[in-house]
Ligand binder design. Structure first.
Ligand code: TNX
Length: 628
């Protein structure tokens, strides 16, 4: 009997250590961090028998939840609350209310978890976001049931516009992929999908009145291999490339997004980045007799739309179809990177500048944008454009996307434009590399690691309180010059999208990168894995590519993902599953004037691998190794 007692004591002691090691998470795993989480003792046990009581069975968010519950194997059916004897609902049930007394901010929700009931209150999008939080908490399911810690969560978004962009012009992504993209956006409470549908390298949306836009414009003869920047190797893949969405597919996507409270913002690029359109209808160029072809290389081309009648006629017809396909209030008209060479060389453009008393070609660009803006405003649409649209004056209801740093956004807010922050310098270009390691896949370059996105704050300090109100949100962009496969798009997206979600949704004061990356992201990666997403496996926490100096080193590492394993070597070989498994701090003693290369790799439960890290441990003055 005495021994049994000791056994329990020891067990208790070890449990304490492991609970301590997990450390306290103020946001109980939720991404983006909610406005407030009050944790209580006890747990709610969710089982396949749990009742789900709803007061609005046909609500869009409730229907979404119903589908999730069915797939996850929970829930004793959904019961309309008005039809049920109240008492039945009191034991082990989830109550979802759209009718409630408390005041909840716009798009917000309240979620109360006690040991016998979960109550979620919210309306419209707010209810949908509450459901996303609930699903995150439910996903800890093991052996048929999940336990949810008792808590009271109050939540609402910081910004109204929380966007994720995808370029389908440089590379095409099919309907199934787009839906998967929307799924992960919805799970993290992002609500605008900016769909970059046209560019020099491809026109990807069927336009009934102008079939050549896809017959010709959706196809290119071949594609540049490798990074185009500083690369004049002239290596092309010699393989035709094509793809576009039919209008039926577009409608399907718009509806799928709407069920997830995501508004699709279509982008039709003009007057630059339009070579695919010009190749289809050369009358849209200032020099229609030159032979044009859909671009096979990346970068900025001098072949741009001409502000002539043919261009306006075609664009207006295109936009009329766009407006009928996309019910959201925004249409993005591009406006970036439009070299003026063709306009300078065009007698027509020069005459137009004189006739309209425009300053120069920049004035002509804004004249062009204003014509399009008038057309769209008359159809109850607000235009969004890249920050170049500001140069040369603009009607004030145009929304500016600040991509060349923050300057354009600051200037626009000062002129009372609404602004969406998406600076390439703020980590929000997901086509940039996620680390400096040469093991990263080909990218355009740049450096946008997870921490950089997380540390970005969308509201520039240069703005006063009134001007700051014009910052309606933030977006990250996934340009796909160097992203040809679904797996790579997901790799570049995840887990960076989680950091975007947090800066877009959570109050600034709730940000805590250590908690985010080491506790919550670590919990979400297995979830993304189970959902079949590719993602970048982070390196072991504590294993940095750096040089440390000393004699005896105590190396403390931590798995960056729950269930992942860290393997290491000190013999110069690349670590793999056959090497040492990290289980506790390692002590490495380095002989005088020697250097040891401590290498680590993190391997996820499904076998995905991180980059290999190199931490050089050096003792004393070194001979020149010349290889660092
Ligand atoms: C600039 S962002 C562009 C895109 C490129 C991107 C690559 C913007 C408005 N224009 O055309 O794909 O850089 O990072």
């Amino acid at each position: 009997m005495k021994y049994v007692k000791y056994f329990f004591l020891i067990l208790f002691f070890f449990n304490c250590i492991s609970i301590y090691a997990q450390s306290y998470d103020p946001y109980i795993g939720i991404i983006p961090a909610p406005v407030s989480v009050k944790q209580n003792t006890g747990v709610f046990k969710l089982t396949p028998e749990t009742f789900i009581l709803v007061d609005a069975p046909d609500d869009k968010a409730v229907l979404f939840f119903k589908e999730y519950i069915k797939k996850a194997g929970y829930g004793n059916g959904f019961t309309d609350i008005s039809n049920i004897d109240k008492k039945t609902g009191l034991t082990n049930s989830i109550k979802i209310l759209t009718n409630f007394k408390s005041t909840i901010p716009n798009d917000g929700y309240e979620l109360t978890i006690t040991d016998n009931q979960i109550t979620l209150s919210g309306k419209g999008a707010g209810l949908f976001y509450g459901i996303q939080t609930l699903i995150q908490l439910m996903d800890s399911k093991k052996a048929g049931y999940a336990t949810l810690q008792c808590a009271v969560i109050k939540d609402n978004p910081r910004f109204a516009y929380r966007g994720m962009h995808l370029d389908v012009a440089r590379h095409f992504f099919d309907v199934n992929f787009i839906k998967k993209y929307l799924d992960v956006m919805a799970a993290y409470k992002l609500n605008y999908f900016h769909w970059h549908l046209t560019d020099d390298q491809g026109w990807r949306i069927e336009i009934k009145k102008y079939p050549k836009l896809t017959e010709i414009g959706s196809k290119r003869a071949q594609t540049k291999v490798g990074n185009a920047i500083g690369n004049d190797s002239d290596l092309y893949d010699n393989t035709p490339y094509s793809g576009f969405y039919t209008q039926e597919e577009i409608k399907d996507i718009v509806e799928y997004a709407d069920k997830r409270y995501i508004t699709v913002v279509p982008e039709i690029e003009m007057p630059g980045h339009s070579l695919a359109a010009i190749a289809s209808y050369p009358e849209m160029s200032c020099h229609p007799n030159i032979p044009y072809k859909v671009s096979e290389n990346w970068g900025v081309t001098t072949d741009v739309l001409c502000p002539n009648d043919a261009t306006y006629r075609i664009l207006q017809d295109v936009l009329s179809e766009i407006v009928s396909l996309f019910p959201g209030k925004y249409v993005h008209i591009g406006g970036d990177e439009c070299p003026k060479d063709a306009w300078r060389a065009s007698e027509f453009c020069q005459q137009l500048i004189r006739d309209q008393r425009l300053r120069d070609e920049n004035g002509l660009q804004s004249y062009f944008i204003q014509q399009i803006q008038k057309y769209l405003n008359a159809r109850s649409r607000t235009i969004i454009g890249w920050d170049e649209i500001l140069e040369g004056g603009l009607a004030s209801n145009a929304v500016v996307m600040s991509w060349r740093g923050e300057a354009g956004g600051i200037a626009a807010a000062q002129l009372n434009h609404d602004v969406i922050m998406t600076p390439n310098s703020g980590g929000l270009y997901f086509d940039h590399s996620q680390s400096k390691s040469p093991q990263e896949p080909l990218s355009i370059g740049g450096y946008s690691p997870l921490w950089k996105i997380y540390n970005y704050d969308p509201v520039p300090v240069a703005l006063n309180a009134e001007q700051q109100k014009h910052i309606i949100g933030v977006q990250a962009n996934l340009w796909t010059e160097y992203i040809a496969t679904n797996a790579k798009a997901e790799y570049m997206l995840l887990p960076r999208l989680l950091a975007l979600a947090e800066i877009a949704w959570s109050p600034k004061g709730n940000k805590d990168y250590i908690n985010f990356s080491e506790q919550r992201v670590a919990r979400h990666l297995p979830r993304l894995d189970a959902q079949g997403y590719d993602y970048r496996v982070p390196e072991a926490i504590g294993a940095d590519d750096t040089t440390l100096y000393g004699e005896t080193f105590k190396v403390v590492l931590k798995e960056p993902m729950q269930g992942a394993k860290i393997y290491y070597t000190i013999d110069g070989y690349t670590p793999r599953e056959t090497d040492f498994l990290y289980t506790k701090p390692i002590t490495v003693t380095v002989p005088k004037k020697k250097r040891i290369d401590l290498q680590t790799v993190t391997i996820s439960p499904t076998g995905k691998r991180s980059n290999v890290t190199h931490t050089y441990l050096e003792n004393g003055v070194m001979p020149d190794f010349g290889d660092k």
